[in-house]
Design a protein around this ligand. Structure first.
Ligand SMILES: [Mn+2]
Length: 328
């Protein structure tokens, strides 16, 4: 594919490269950014990996996580690369001026939304399950063009994290034969699957498990069982000292209830508003519910925020969800 070759030669011509990814970074965002950082450093490039929120506790073990900075004073970059971001502004306000100032900007992503594509060079493929898939291909192109060996066990591990997390451990509908081939290659290259899975999935904070308990205790469903929801109150957050990010995964457990077509999690962020995560099963539409409350996302995963007390927010969104699901 021509895009990979063009991207690889632009990288080889650059010497001071700044890389970033979306705020609240996940496994694919950081895994992709760090894999590329390792490869470019091997090529002798000066690389500055940035993330506005830094590395979350659960991903601190990633090889190279300590290299990630939240901001830099430098402005002498000759290439900027943004991976897995969806849109340029998702890298965060404070990093935006750096990337708007680079002479050459590259967008590498598997989220492709018309109108949100940016930069002069793009490596975009919405059929890719993870940005990690595209980074691997790019690194292979860099190997060919530079005639050097770049893929190390560290790079393989970083990419495996992206692949594993963006496919829900190879369970989602984005899993293609290519995903399994890539996983196989990465394991050959030294990615330690069991270690990675343990670090990602069996590494939860005490607070997050307590908050999960609170949420599950609050679990409710509509009369016909098609809408299921749970909530975490500001008081729960205060009691266990957990953060919003530590409740991120709860909503998928809510949707997992048999018969649930819509699963929702309400989080009362202390001193702020009520954040609602909405997940749909195939056939239902989470986005249509979120839109009513000025939110958005995808058909299967969306969200919105409401500025009102928790119980009122629950009542409003649940009523709307039940109304919509009855029509579907
Ligand atoms: Mn991704």
């Amino acid at each position: 594919m021509e895009a990979f070759e063009k991207a690889a030669s632009a990288i080889l011509s650059a010497s001071r490269i700044v890389i970033s990814t979306h705020m609240n970074p996940d496994g694919d965002a950081l895994g992709s950014m760090l894999a590329l950082t390792h490869a470019l450093r091997t090529l002798g490039k000066e690389v500055t990996p940035l993330n506005v929120d830094g590395v979350p506790e659960i991903l601190k073990w990633l090889p190279g996580a300590e290299l990630v900075e939240t901001l830099t004073e430098r402005r002498d970059f000759d290439l900027g690369i943004v991976v897995d971001a969806g849109a340029l502004d998702r890298i965060g306000k404070s990093l935006l001026p750096i990337f708007e100032a680079v002479p050459l900007l590259m967008d590498i992503d598997h989220h492709v939304t018309e109108g949100l594509v940016f930069g002069q060079l793009q490596v975009l493929d919405q059929t890719a399950a993870a940005t990690a898939e595209l980074i691997y291909e790019l690194i292979l192109n860099l190997e060919i063009q530079s005639q050097s060996t770049l893929v190390t066990p560290e790079i393989a591990s970083c990419l495996m994290v992206g692949l594993m997390t963006d496919t829900g451990s190879f369970r989602y509908s984005n899993v293609t034969p290519k995903v399994f081939s890539l996983a196989s290659e990465l394991q050959e290259e030294g990615a330690e699957v069991a270690k990675i899975a343990e670090a990602v999935y069996e590494n939860v904070s005490f607070a997050s498990l307590k908050l999960l308990g609170k949420a599950l205790d609050s679990l409710q469903r509509s009369e016909d069982g098609r809408v299921v929801w749970a909530s975490v109150s500001a008081q729960d957050f205060a009691e266990f000292g957990g953060t919003d990010a530590e409740t991120e995964g709860i909503v998928s457990q809510v949707r997992a209830v048999s018969g649930a077509e819509i699963g929702m999690l309400f989080r009362e962020i202390p001193g702020r508003k009520v954040r609602v995560s909405i997940r749909a099963r195939q056939g239902a539409n989470a986005n249509a519910i979120a839109k009513v409350f000025d939110g958005g996302g995808h058909i299967l995963a969306s969200g919105c925020s409401l500025e009102m007390p928790l119980q009122r927010a629950v009542d409003a969104v649940v009523t709307e969800a039940i109304r919509q699901i009855a029509l579907s």
